[in-house]
Design a protein around this ligand. Sequence first.
Ligand code: ADP
Ligand code: MG
Length: 314
Amino acid sequence: MSCIEIHALSKSYNSVVAVDAVDLNVKSGQVFGFLGPNGAGKSTLIKLLTTLIQPNNGTISVLGINALEEPLEIRKKIGVVLQQPSYEPTLTVEKSLEKYGMMWNVDKKIRKERTEQLLESFELTEIRKKNMEDLSIGQRRRVQVAREFMHDMDLLFLDEPTVGLDPSARRKLLDFLKTKVKETGMTIFYTTHVLTEAEYLCDNIAIINNGKIITVDSPNELKNRFGNEKTIKIHVSEDIKKLENFLQEIPDCKIEQNDGVIITIHSSNSEIVLMNILKILNQNNIAIDDLSAMPTNLEEIFLKVVSDSDASNN
Ligand SMILES: Nc1ncnc2c1ncn2[C@@H]1O[C@H](COP(=O)(O)OP(=O)(O)O)[C@@H](O)[C@H]1O
Ligand SMILES: [Mg+2]
């Protein structure tokens, strides 16, 4: 079943097109990652989907409900953690959870149980009596995410929830989310600008840049599609310009950078390219200090996909 369906969705702020004619279909029961650099349009899309702002164009259906016609029906069924911090400064951690449960009309007994479970899962037990205003950014963020789980929901939107968390808290949160999706069949819509996080957590990843979706794939498909890519680095002590000129003649040899000492090449046909490089070095008596070839990692793929889409826009 489709959990989110978007068609031709656009949102502008004055002259800035934040979301640009987006089509998207998200199936339920998964973690769906929305990955893109700052300013890509992730938060705007979350605000549109959670009915906090209105689009200029297009249609949105969330859990089968039309967002333009029945926004309140959607809000009853979803959870949202926005990017901006939101908390009551003088409330303690445990009271924050408790109060959230009350807002959602959660039964008193269940409220108590859940509060204890969540304090534990989010490692908040030690600071349960502390006021929200006295917490670190990361601690506050953890409370903000934890309290959302006080109520049952079919769909949860999380907008960069791990910003400010240390690596261990980050990993715990990701594992908590994974387990919840498995146990309950709920859907999580998760934005991040960190690719490794999306790779670890998400069943599918949409990459967004400049308000447009560039690609939607599972992490494995993304790797397969770009995974043959290798990054070749050649350290050259002299004649670097001459070598660069020769390299430009090799097919599938894309020179990413020449910083005067190291030439960096991306290639999806690296074995042939390497053979050709060695041949050129030999034939022309060019001395090198080092030569290496490594699989291009997903972080580089992400940066490349984004910069390719920037280039095709300009
Ligand atoms: N309230 C606003 N008023 C004007 N411009 C905005 C507003 N919110 C976002 N933008 C602009 O819209 C674009 C997308 O922003 P945003 O959705 O916050 O991206 P992301 O969450 O991916 O960083 C950016 O260029 C941003 O500056
Ligand atoms: Mg944002």
